[in-house]
Design a protein around this ligand. Structure first.
Ligand SMILES: Cc1cc2nc3c(=O)[nH]c(=O)nc-3n(C[C@H](O)[C@H](O)[C@H](O)COP(=O)(O)O)c2cc1C
Length: 404
């Protein structure tokens, strides 16, 4: 991918092979006068296991549907690189298929073969060069797999892609042979052997992420993808040990986390994204999420990335409410005793700071606000009246420090 690019060194403060200075950005600058005296939590470093984050602003995973055969390319380097340059504390690479048939679409990223690893390493090096931490969301789409990319359909992302369009409609598995998405593929019930293969694929993917230098792995357990399909009694109708009771429905994600922990270093954090509620009567809800979060922590997870919805058409996710998952994150944090990172409708530094000050989360995840403005971190610093480090190459554009 980057054969034509000069390599750069990965440590902030060093110079790269092209003699370009690199600097950790978005980091609180040493106090000058009154400035930065009472640093906001958003710009106070945070540590999980042995990994420290220079600030608490996280770029939420966002599918780009821009890959071929799972490989990251120049788009991904530019896309994730921009957030590293502009000071995000942690960038989580989008849902990345642990198996080819676990991709949502033929254009998803993947990490199911060793050939992928080097391409993820390039992104990690660019992130590290700017002092950012880099994570990757490991995913299996289950019954939502083999869909057209929304870039092809103009937005719809559950319409089955046939084989001659790169899809695999004959090879779509879920907990049960049940498809609620009207345009989705016909689903086969995963056999126990297939479930074991899926767990193994998460492990192999985590091993590759470690080899590529990633700081965080996140298991995608939300938005109606495979793990969530197993959790919900509405999509999991199995009668074996993976279905029925809460313990049985939770077995897959707990197996994944425990197994990934055997290869993912103890020094590095593991996140799980959950849909705290699916907003459907009798569906997966916050009470079960709290119970599961405590079990996930015992299994080796360090933070719950708290989202919601996405499992069934008609789920009433309150997307219009600012910070709609914050109350869930607060409850999980307090009642399960695990760190949380709420996502959804967080659009300003002030709002993010209030969430942290209120003890409702430990990190904040931002998605669309970053797409709209990659300088979100600088903007947040400006709102909170602190001075943070800026990319040296862009120094002449640095806004004057905010007045008290
Ligand atoms: C373009 C786009 C792609 C997304 N892809 C993913 C994904 O790969 N994994 C995931 O868990 N959520 C994904 N999401 C959901 C976001 O991570 C986030 O949870 C959601 O957009 C709400 O946060 P926001 O209000 O800050 O945008 C995606 C969202 C957008 C806008």
């Amino acid at each position: 991918m980057s054969a034509a690019l000069l390599p750069f060194q990965a440590a902030p403060g060093t110079e790269n092979a092209a003699n370009i200075p690199v600097v950790s950005t978005g980091e609180l600058l040493p106090t000058s006068g009154n400035k930065n005296k009472d640093a906001p939590l958003l710009f106070t470093p945070y540590k999980l296991r042995d990994v420290s984050f220079k600030n608490r602003i996280v770029v939420s995973p966002m599918c780009q549907y821009s890959a071929h055969d799972g490989f990251p390319n120049a788009w991904h380097l530019a896309h994730y690189g921009q957030y590293a340059v502009r000071g995000a504390g942690l960038i989580i690479v989008e849902a990345t298929g642990v198996l080819p048939n676990g991709r949502i679409s033929p254009n998803d990223l993947g990490i199911w073969k060793d050939e992928h690893t080097a391409h993820y390493r390039t992104i990690a090096q660019l992130a590290h060069a700017h002092g950012a931490r880099i994570g990757i969301q490991l995913a299996h789409a289950g019954r939502k797999a083999s869909s057209y990319s929304p870039h092809v359909t103009g937005g719809e992302h559950t319409k089955v892609a046939p084989e001659n369009e790169g899809g695999w409609p004959e090879n779509v598995v879920g907990p049960s042979a049940k498809q609620d998405w009207p345009l989705g593929a016909k689903v086969k019930e995963a056999t126990k052997e297939q479930i074991q293969e899926i767990v193994k694929a998460f492990v192999e993917a985590a091993r590759r992420a470690e080899e590529a230098g990633y700081d965080v792995v996140e298991i995608h357990g939300a938005h109606g993808y495979l793990v969530h399909q197993f959790l919900s009694p509405l999509t999991n109708q199995r009668t074996d040990e993976y279905g029925g009771s809460f313990e049985n429905r939770a077995r897959l994600v707990l197996d994944i986390v425990k197994s990934v922990r055997t290869v993912w270093p103890t020094q590095k954090p593991l996140f799980v994204r959950l849909s705290a509620s699916e907003f459907v009567p009798s569906g997966w809800d916050i009470e079960e999420s709290i119970k599961l979060s405590a079990l996930l922590q015992s299994a080796g997870a360090d933070l719950i990335d708290v989202s919601s919805g996405g499992n069934l058409p008609g789920g009433q996710t309150p997307y219009h409410v600012p910070g709609w998952n914050v109350p869930f994150a607060e409850r999980i944090r307090k009642e399960a005793g695990i760190a949380t990172g709420p996502v959804g409708g967080i659009t300003s530094g002030k709002q993010a700071e209030e969430i942290l000050q209120g003890g409702k989360g430990d990190l904040v995840l931002i998605a669309r606000a970053f797409l709209a403005d990659p300088t979100f971190v600088d903007e947040a610093a400006h709102q909170l009246k602190v001075d943070v480090s800026y990319p040296v190459q862009y120094g002449r554009a640095k806004p004057r420090p905010a007045e008290d």
